[in-house]
Design a protein around this ligand. Structure first.
Ligand code: ZN
Length: 52
């Protein structure tokens, strides 16, 4: 775990990708903050993450 490419599909339809957990979490947190003015926790982001 951790070195697998992951994707998170936001409920708004945007798909965030990362080369590992940290990268996809960071992408999702940045998207949530910028687009939805929302704080996304690492746990919430990882729950939404799927192997790419
Ligand atoms: Zn979104």
């Amino acid at each position: 775990m951790g070195d697998q490419k992951k994707v998170i599909e936001c409920p708004c339809g945007v798909v965030l990708e990362g080369q590992n957990d940290d990268a996809v979490v960071a992408a999702a947190q940045a998207h949530a903050a910028q687009v939805h003015d929302m704080d996304l926790t690492r746990e919430q982001a990882l729950e939404m993450a799927r192997p790419a």
